[in-house]
Design a protein. Structure first.
Length: 397
């Protein structure tokens, strides 16, 4: 939820943190954070070494050497840290107060006053904590900005679409004609299914008598070329039990044992040659509806002619399909456009235009509040002191 109260509370907290950050000083903040973390690691390392040294008695020389090496590295780290502080100060990236505090802590560490050094670090740890809080609050502001802008974009887009949809015009007559074409093709498809069922149901012997029947000629092609059609007819005549079967029933014999087939056809070798040898034909005929056989296609004039001339009830349907052929692309485009617009109108119909406009206005107000400038805070300039002189006094260098 991104209410005005929530945003105001967040802005208030950010303003307080910003005031604290300004006291730290924007120019020195990166250096203070980096140096604080660096010094904290050094202190933790020294304490770790000291704790290990307390616990060792007759420890192996290798362990003692490792601890000594680590102590040397930490000492070197202290020297580098001191040089780093000096460098940041000279570049005006570190205030005198912060420099003095870091040097005081260094002096305490070298005097092995670790508890006092850690107490001195509390000042910098608070700065690090404030910086973390500030960065977290800024990220929350950015996050809310992204959420609000995303919602703003969504509503703007919806309102734009609503305005566009109001301008869109549909040719209702073209849509109606395309729907009529679809219904005609659907009716022709139903007639195709009925016709194929009638073919598949016919006894194979009867179906083979229609070799001149154009739609089936492609399935009889190989048989017609090598005279196999006559052999098949003769076989079905010699064994009328097979001749009475339709293609689907013939297929049931494909997986029968030779013994079972012999009860109907003692000439099992002849059965294998003629029936199983033409297995592809029977499988194709039995599955005509799943093939492209007489597929309903308003671009296939040969198929449309066949329906008009040979299937009852198809002539009027085919004439209707042909009447719409010249403009069918235009009808289809308008129909598809209508479907897309109707779907979008349905999706947008659940929104109120006035509600969206009010919500958009509210989002604009929230974004304005989110990015409003905080009250100016009085900035205090830190005076540069005699850092080098203090350093010499503390360390004699």
């Amino acid at each position: 939820m991104n209410s005005a109260d929530e945003i105001s509370e967040l802005k208030k907290g950010l303003s307080i943190l910003k005031h604290k950050m300004e006291k730290i000083g924007e120019s020195q903040r990166p250096a203070v954070i980096r140096l604080s973390n660096q010094l904290k690691e050094i202190i933790e390392g020294i304490e770790s070494v000291q704790e290990n040294e307390k616990n060792i008695t007759n420890t192996a020389m290798s362990i003692r050497m490792r601890l000594a090496k680590k102590a040397m590295l930490l000492g070197k780290g202290l020297r580098h840290f001191e040089m780093d502080v000096q460098s940041e100060f000279e570049k005006d990236l570190l205030s005198e107060d912060s420099g003095d505090r870091f040097m005081s802590i260094l002096k305490l560490i070298r005097e092995n006053k670790m508890q006092l050094a850690k107490e001195g670090m509390a000042y910098f740890e608070e700065i690090v904590a404030i910086n973390t809080e500030y960065e977290t609050a800024e990220e929350e502001i950015r996050k809310k900005d992204r959420v609000l802008r995303k919602e703003q974009f969504r509503i703007q887009k919806a309102l734009e679409e609503m305005a566009q949809l109001e301008k869109e015009k549909i040719d209702i007559e073209k849509v109606r004609r395309h729907e009529e074409l679809l219904k005609s093709l659907e009716k022709l498809g139903a007639l195709r299914a009925q016709y194929i069922q009638s073919l598949v149901s016919k006894p194979v012997a009867e179906l083979l008598g229609e070799t001149e029947f154009p739609p089936l000629r492609e399935y009889y092609g190989e048989l017609l070329e090598n005279g196999g059609i006559n052999q098949l007819r003769q076989f079905l005549s010699d064994y009328p039990d097979f001749g009475k079967c339709n293609a689907i029933q013939i297929r049931e014999f494909f997986d029968c044992s030779e013994k079972k087939v012999s009860h109907i056809c003692p000439e099992t070798s002849r059965f294998k040659k003629i029936i199983l040898g033409n297995r592809g034909l029977f499988e194709a005929i039995g599955s005509l509806e799943q093939t492209s056989f007489l597929a309903v296609d308003d671009n296939n004039e040969e198929s449309l002619d066949f329906y008009a001339k040979n299937i009852n009830g198809a002539q009027e349907i085919v004439e209707n399909i042909r009447q719409m052929k010249t403009e069918k692309d235009s009808y289809r485009e308008e129909y598809e456009k209508s479907r897309v617009l109707d779907k979008r109108r349905e999706e947008l119909g659940k929104y109120s235009k006035s509600d969206l406009e009010n919500e958009l206005k509210e989002l604009g107000s929230l974004l304005e509040l989110l990015h409003s400038e905080s009250a100016p805070e009085e900035k205090k300039e830190e005076k540069r002191g005699l850092f080098n002189e203090i350093r010499v006094l503390l360390f004699g260098k």
